[in-house]
Design a protein around this ligand. Structure first.
Ligand SMILES: [Zn+2]
Length: 290
């Protein structure tokens, strides 16, 4: 099976899926060591052999000028490399985990009992486990644009329900981040097509807190505050669900937390939401406990 990349190129590029490349019957298959590299081969003492270097992309794919000047054969080769390096990284990761703990994968295959449900932004710069030092099996993860919790979104509602009722998570973390493109787009008063209904949830947050936000003269600070208020409102949306209210009444967990991540120093800020006070306030209108 293959798939076609059309992107911006004048004619489609046919990229071979990995299982086809590893088939001995496929003439396109060559072992990784024989595939031409866009970077010169690394020596054993080269920094390319370090884990950090191995995880770096061959090119910065954000460099649009570079893409424009690349020959088509180099684009094809780059796309193959940028795909294959994930499998190389995966093999290295699996080997390292097995070396550190020979029983690691046996334990992983037994099932999951995560303590945390993480609801974060899809932004690629906020890998939940890495910034919190969590290992596989410790966090159930849901991410979407601007970390929204909408009651008509069957995806997030299913995640919350499963995490609370079946996995018995103890903490639910809604994590936003300063510099969120979704929040910024919502502050831009224009038609953004398919994004309109999604971003309207953030525009509703603005409307709910209009007086406070309009009282902040600096645009950057207003933007930061909307990020925080969006997290608070999404925490309230989590608290409105039957799963959280009924589990807390029975078990005293989960607790809902609102955090914000900062790109400038890599640190998380706890907005210190008073969960029990919020729950009490929410239940004045949205009580779902008998
Ligand atoms: Zn974001």
């Amino acid at each position: 099976m293959s798939f076609i990349l059309t992107t911006r190129f004048t004619r489609p590029l046919r990229i071979l899926a990995r299982h086809q490349l590893t088939s001995s019957s496929c003439p396109a298959y060559r072992p990784a060591s024989l595939v031409p590299r866009l970077l010169p081969p690394a020596t054993s003492s080269s920094p390319l052999h370090t884990t950090a270097a191995r995880l770096r992309p061959v090119f910065n794919s954000n460099d649009r000028n570079l893409w424009r000047t690349m020959a088509e054969k180099d684009v094809t080769r780059y796309l193959k490399q940028s795909h294959d390096r994930l499998f190389e990284n995966n093999k290295a990761w699996a080997a390292e985990k097995a070396r550190q703990d020979p029983g690691f994968f046996a334990k992983l295959s037994e099932g999951q009992t995560p303590e945390y449900l993480w609801i974060g932004c899809s932004d690629s710069r906020i890998p939940a486990e890495q910034i919190t030092g969590l290992e596989p099996g410790e966090a159930f993860i849901h991410r979407n644009i601007a970390n929204l919790v909408c009651n008509t979104d069957l995806n997030v509602m299913s995640v919350i329900n499963y995490a609370v009722r079946h996995l018995n998570v103890k903490h639910i973390i809604v994590c936003g981040h300063y510099g969120c493109g979704g929040v910024k787009a919502a502050m831009t008063p224009k038609d953004l097509g398919l994004l309109n209904p999604w971003l309207r949830n953030i525009r509703d947050v603005y409307r709910l807190h209009k007086d406070e936000l309009d009282g902040i003269p600096e645009q950057d600070k207003r933007y930061d505050r909307l990020v925080e208020l969006n997290v608070v409102e999404q925490c309230r949306n989590v608290i409105k669900t039957a799963a959280i209210q009924q589990s807390f009444a029975k078990n005293q967990f989960p607790i809902v937390h609102g955090w914000v991540f900062n790109f400038h120093d890599g640190l998380l800020t706890d907005l210190k939401i008073d969960f029990e006070a919020e729950l009490e306030e929410v239940q004045k209108i949205y009580n779902l406990v008998d």
